[in-house]
Design a binder for this molecule. Structure first.
Ligand SMILES: *Cc1c(COP(=O)(O)O)cnc(C)c1O
Length: 500
């Protein structure tokens, strides 16, 4: 399997090279030149397998340059019972006869990014070896909250790697911030950026496209790479859990073989939902993708109108990991739906960076609306959904998952579609305990209580165990207190690497 850029289809590189590079030199994203197929009878076979075995079957179709031993080793290091506190890795919880919650937050940081970031460091170091690269890999991450900690957990003390994480000063939760600034490991660096997520992400993108700085790095034997969801090594492991959820439902007699399901995804950077779309392209029987946004509803508008327009207010919401105005992975969908028309993709991305907006062709717009439904839930609706779900089912979703549930309700009242539906649940409610408790008990209840008291209160109400990694934050030492502005990010990198 070879890969090219969404902005240049003449490139042809292996998966190891695509994973090592992260982003193509032309600014495009790496995509497979063709998609492997999974037949219905293969899906039936997957249903009898463990998560790790399913991961092997699917990943081996894309990472064809990895040996069986290499891939097995990566998978076995990533998806362990110790790290995920369950053998299922991504268990499905049945809410009612049509709604099935795919819990993607059993990993060490209690959010779905672990699903990819536990395996990425191993895919990356293996890719480095395979491509005979002996420099040290430097991971730069811009995070809206969850990616940062998940990347730090994945890369901490992995030989041959360094990791630097930038988070927006004013829009991550207290718990998310604590998780990051207490990170241990000899190869890690964490810094706040004054601004929002897009400021942090643009700063990182700038460093990636600065040829002079790249030369300085390579002169010091450092090789830049990205752990953001634009890296192919981030995206490809996410395809696995959609097959896995379908297989679990099949094995539990909840669906018939070949039955089409809907998939609801609380969406920010468009990585998670794109992985679901890729699963569909490979043969997973899907009826509709339901793209759920918070008040930053740029994707809702795009899917409804065909115009992507970032000239709008940015909102800080109670689902901060979805507070995004540029959904980078959308570029891969546009590439796919325009049948690999790189000149179109390039034009749209140029318009986006120059004018902040672009409009896709009628053909692409129609393909999107055939397959995707989109809507958003504001904070008020999100809080109401948490309460409603708890009262109806005794199940407590986090704020991001509640956005998905709320939008799914809108879809149902709009479309009267009885298809069984997988709802991606992207974080543990403990991670966003404050908002969750406000939803369940009101503002007065949380006022004056610290994070750790809130964890205990949520434990009492939900009957769920407090994740160990969150409970132990209480006694961890705060290590990082740097704050820079977006133009100071390069200096943070240089200082940490002791260059320039
Ligand atoms: C990152 C994240 C999302 C958004 O996922 P994308 O792949 O960026 O669309 C949703 N929920 C949580 C909890 C996240 O951490």
């Amino acid at each position: 399997m070879q890969y090219n850029s969404t902005r240049n289809s003449d490139i042809s590189i292996s998966s190891a090279e695509a994973i090592k590079k992260g982003l193509a030199d032309d600014g495009g994203l790496f995509v497979p030149k063709s998609f492997p197929e999974i037949t219905i009878s293969q899906i039936q076979k997957l249903a009898d397998m463990s998560y790790r075995e399913r991961a092997f079957e699917i990943l081996s179709l894309f990472l064809t340059d990895f040996t069986k031993e290499e891939l097995t080793d990566c998978i076995n290091k990533a998806y362990t019972k110790e790290k995920f506190e369950t053998d299922n890795i991504a268990p499905v919880y049945k809410l009612d006869d049509t709604s099935y919650i795919l819990e993607l937050w059993h990993g060490p940081t209690c959010a779905f990014k672990d699903m990819a970031l536990q395996i990425l460091p191993h895919l990356l170091t293996t890719s480095m070896k395979k491509t005979k690269e002996n420099g040290e890999v430097v991971i730069l991450v811009a995070t809206s909250g969850d990616t940062g900690k998940a990347a730090l957990e994945g890369f901490a003390d992995v030989d041959g790697t360094r990791i630097i994480v930038f988070y927006p000063d004013n829009s991550v939760s207290e718990i998310q911030k604590l998780q990051m600034i207490t990170q241990t490991g000899d190869n890690v660096c964490v810094s706040a950026v004054s601004g929002n997520f897009d400021d942090a992400q643009n700063g990182v993108k700038k460093i990636f496209t600065d040829e002079g700085y790249k030369n300085l790095l390579s002169g010091n034997n450092f090789k830049l790479s990205s752990a953001n969801s634009i890296n192919w090594g981030r995206l490809v492991p996410q395809i696995v859990y959609y097959f896995s959820a379908y297989c679990d439902m099949l094995a539990g007699d909840e669906i018939e073989l070949g039955e089409k399901v809907n998939i609801v995804v609380p969406t920010g950077n468009f990585g998670n939902i794109l992985a679901a779309y890729y699963a569909y392209k490979m043969g997973l029987p899907v009826n509709k993708f339901i793209c759920a946004s918070n008040k930053n509803s740029i994707l809702t508008d795009f899917i409804k109108t065909g115009t992507y327009d970032r000239n709008r207010d940015f909102y800080t919401t109670i689902s901060p990991s979805m507070d995004i105005l540029i959904s980078s992975n959308l570029e891969r969908l546009l590439y796919d739906l325009s049948e690999g028309d790189v000149s179109c993709v390039k034009k749209w991305m140029r318009e986006l960076s120059e004018n902040g907006r672009y409009t896709v062709t009628e053909d692409v717009k129609n393909k999107i609306s055939d397959l995707f439904y989109a809507d958003f839930a504001d904070d008020e609706e999100t809080l109401a959904e948490i309460k409603d779900c708890y009262e109806k089912y005794g199940y407590v979703p986090d704020t991001h998952s509640a956005v998905a549930l709320s939008v799914y309700k809108k879809y149902l009242s709009d479309k009267n579609d009885k298809s069984k539906t997988i709802i991606a649940s992207t974080a543990s409610p403990f991670k966003f305990n404050q908002s969750v408790l406000i939803a369940l008990r009101g503002c007065a209840f949380v006022a004056g209580k610290d994070e750790f008291t809130l964890l205990e209160e949520l434990n009492k109400i939900s009957g769920m165990d407090i994740p160990k990694s969150l409970a132990e934050l209480k006694t961890k030492i705060k290590i990082f207190d740097t704050v820079c502005d977006k133009d100071g990010m390069v200096q943070v990198v240089s200082d940490f690497l002791q260059i320039g």
